[in-house]
Design a protein around this ligand. Sequence first.
Ligand code: FES
Length: 362
Amino acid sequence: MDTKVTNSAGLPIDRTYWNPDIDNELLCIDVHQETHDVKTFTFISRDGKHIAFAAGQYFALDVGLRDDLETRCYSISSSPLRTNAISITVKRVVGGKVSNWLHDNLAPGTIVQTSGPLGVFIRPARPNQKYLFLSGGSGITPVMSMARELADAALPVDVIFLHAGRSPGDLVFRSELINLATRLKGFRLYFLPETLTGETSWSGLSGRISRDLFQLIIPDISERVVMCCGPAPFMAAARKISAELGVPTENYIEESFDAVVTEDAPLPSTEQAEHKSFKVEFAMQSRTIDVTPDQTVLSCAKKAGVKIPSSCSNGLCGTCKSKLASGTVDMKHNGGIRQREIDAGFFLPCCSKPLSDLVIER
Ligand code: FES
């Protein structure tokens, strides 16, 4: 059925398409081991809808862990031209609650609560545009989605894909990328393992990204749009080198990998975290809940059925911004709130832990 109706994200709405404003359940249909610590999970809409998204976007997954609800955002690694299913690719993080739960428990048949697709790490699609896809570690997922999209579209491309990893055995999608580079004209691939542990016959590049390396393999970098995703130090180096080699600011686009596709190891618990909780009052809903100093206000509110709009759950999007009438919080945001808003008493419940009792104007 064709339709002209679109939702607030400009995506088509009819009964055959996933509507991010109302749909929130994905059914896992496949789990694939990519490397020793990375798995790809593939999902379909629970009621069989197509899922429209842009390469580079992510889904936020809500996972119930014992008595807490944790939300993490994972970039989609599959092609947006294959709308019957979506895949996310997740690295197991030492001490990471959600990544370990996904690796240990998520299996075909499991239903997960989600919101998405979300995010603005989207490739500018200009005619004859040349690209540099630059990824570090499991930051490869959104740019892999872009590479798969270009391959599926069967259009002429001019892409250099440089993927850095800890060792050859850590290079996610290694064989698929080699196949893509073999059959897709205009697609040049470089792997850059930092060490050659476990693979003594490696004949390619190794080490870390550097200005010399970029000048050698990407001499026309200033003419390319750079799409970069990886750990913060990797992106900081890529940003600096790209600027030095003449990439205009507007042509250097990065995803906050540390914020979006990874998770922090849990903070060491403290005496206070184990035994004390604070009263958090939602004044307009006449609700008061208990939140311990190691929990975020949003995760506890969701669990208790208190309504706070949210999407990224990582301090990025600003959706959950709320007014703090009294109390103090420890907020670790990722750009989703401005200093003047903080000064005016606003905060982001998704990335804030209480330091005292709170009253929130919600
Ligand atoms: S939900 Fe995105 S900033 Fe809180």
